[in-house]
Design a protein around this ligand. Structure first.
Ligand SMILES: Cc1cc2nc3c(=O)[nH]c(=O)nc-3n(C[C@H](O)[C@H](O)[C@H](O)COP(=O)(O)OP(=O)(O)OC[C@H]3O[C@@H](n4cnc5c(N)ncnc54)[C@H](O)[C@@H]3O)c2cc1C
Length: 208
């Protein structure tokens, strides 16, 4: 999978960082003056549950090479915007497929996988030759089919997403995706994502 951060909210004052914008939004609530760095102010607001202030900044990611299983789980998160590659308009007679490690690690399982996915590719092409439209041949495609999607989430929703999708209860693929997204979010706004970064990325070596 590839995860790229392609846009970040820009504050039109100060140094332009999203953390400064969020701090400003918070200080408007209390008529308080800026003191020191934005970080400690934001962490205190997040700890006390005053999280609406972190809705003012968003990140946009471009994600490719995840399966339709993973993208389906992703788009269940409603406080977000999505633009996904269409299986209706894009020809997928030779689709990239995401193979789960439990299957990729077994020769016998891979034989079963290759047999079925090979027949699927053939059937897709045969139907296209019969002039069946892509919007209908796509009904043959498996959940494993790789997809590309642009996702925008505000910081509050990102924190919620990371909390449940970086967790061990989440499936391996969306968990790997969420962790890559968290690493990028942490680089942009460490004070907002510090606790989650420590909790979920700090454990990476134990996961390996
Ligand atoms: C381990 C795991 C297993 C899962 N298994 C299944 C499954 O078997 N079947 C299945 O269908 N789904 C499953 N899901 C998906 C899950 O139920 C949610 O749909 C998904 O995680 C999106 O999260 P969300 O609803 O919290 O929040 P988002 O859509 O990200 O919204 C963020 C928050 O906004 C609030 N919110 C948003 N919309 C509403 C609303 N309409 N009413 C009230 N509050 C709202 C909630 O507080 C919500 O947590 C699973 C998720 C996980 C992590």
């Amino acid at each position: 999978m590839e995860v790229e951060l392609i846009a970040v909210t820009k504050y039109l004052r100060g140094n332009g960082t999203p953390e400064e914008l969020l701090e400003h939004a918070g200080r408007v609530c209390y008529r308080s003056e800026k003191r020191g760095e934005a970080g400690s102010f934001l962490q205190a607001r997040i700890r006390e549950g005053h999280e609406s202030i972190i809705e003012h900044a968003s990140l946009t990611y471009e994600i490719s090479g995840i399966s339709r299983v993973c993208s389906h789980q992703l788009v269940r998160h409603r406080i977000a915007s999505y633009s996904q590659e269409s299986q209706r308009y894009v020809d997928l007679s030779d689709p990239e497929l995401v193979v789960p490690p439990s299957i990729a690690g077994s020769l016998t399982a891979m034989e079963i996988w290759d047999d079925l996915t090979g027949r699927m590719r053939e059937a897709y092409r045969d139907l296209r030759e019969l002039a069946v439209r892509k919007e209908d041949t796509r009904f043959l495609l498996p959940n494993a089919t790789a997809t590309r999607i642009v996702v925008t989430m505000n910081f509050r929703e990102l924190r919620h997403f990371f909390r449940i999708r970086c967790d061990r209860a989440a499936q391996w693929e969306i968990r790997a995706l969420a962790k890559e997204m968290l690493k990028l979010a942490y680089q942009v706004a460490p004070s907002v994502f510090q606790d989650l970064y420590t909790e979920f990325i700090g454990e990476d070596t134990a996961d390996a």
